[in-house]
Write a protein that binds this ligand. Sequence first.
Ligand code: AMP
Length: 394
Amino acid sequence: MFNKKSVEDIKVSGKKVLVRCDFNVPLDGETITDPKRIVEALPTIKYLSSNGAKVILCSHLGRPKGEFNAKYSLKPVAAKLSELLGKEIAIASDVIGEDAQAKAAALKDGDIMLIENVRFHKEEEKNDPAFAKALASLAEIYVNDAFGTAHRAHASTAGVADYLPAVCGYLIQKEIKIMGDALEAPQRPFVAILGGAKVSDKIGVINNLLEKVDTIIIGGAMAYTFKKAMGGKIGISLCEEDKLDLALSLVKKAEEKGVKFLLPVDSKATTAFSNDTPVIVCDSDSIPDNYMGLDIGPKAAEEYSNAVKDAKTVIWNGPMGVCEFSNYEGGTRAIAEALASSDCTSIIGGGDSAAAVEKLGYADKITHISTGGGASLEFLEGLELPGIACLNNK
Ligand code: AMP
């Protein structure tokens, strides 16, 4: 049960409100190539402003390594916000310095401003209490709406809540509601699709989901660690040798729980990590010695698509193959197509699979694409996210 206070549970009129957003947008020079994260923050910003709050927005952008670097300035975000909100959004030239303080003090009810990149201070990622206190001193209320960094205990994502009443914004509320409902009371069959590079990144998620789902579908490079653990010949496919026992224990746990555990029956394989070497299709259990599996094969794609078609709830994290290469995007595309044509509740846990679905043009057919790759993985693992744990309970 999500029992955290939201912006609607606190009086914001006339109050200075510090809002942690996730404005970590992709940039090409000073041009924002995808404004999704800014757009997702608008409902909270508009609510606060139209209810008379003095809104102070903050975020990180990239990795400026704890010092000022114009390359990571939030100025392009301020310009985009001005465009989207139809009014000039001022940006302070610092984070907690004189300009930020003066601009914050001069705000009128309904005004919106931005302070500079919180990662211009090395204290941000260290969750330094003095820095968190200085940030807090700009405002009277703290709102966290940055789901993408909610798994980090940084000064602006968690520490600041020690000094101010702390509530969530609409984006965090939406993310937690949709994923929480799926985990707690899913419509069945409930299918989890996990792909990507490493089993080690997904152990916690597989363990937690084995308690909840009817079927787990495995793709990506991590399928080969499972295949090898079960006695298959995987050629030179990626494999985590030190995770073979663990892989077997997960397969056994699935059996004990009555969870269907699907591994790819076939693979597309080649001789180098390249889009230019000839492709073969082979059984995933008998990949030739000098070949590596880079995508699930057509039989696996069909089996997985059918499992998706029968499902009522699907959670997906991680591509089925090296979808950056056109020769190996087929498995990921098949899953995206099956999800797009199904009326199930479909949830994509951010990161590479979200990017792939967007690139392939199916994003608007998906129920929910999470704005946080790392955060959604930790949520699916059943972990408490520090940026949410720090908020006031209802
Ligand atoms: P992750 O960040 O764990 O979700 O992994 C995503 C990455 O896994 C992507 O960059 C894919 O290229 C890579 N990947 C997926 N399948 C394979 C594979 N069979 N072999 C090597 N890399 C893969």
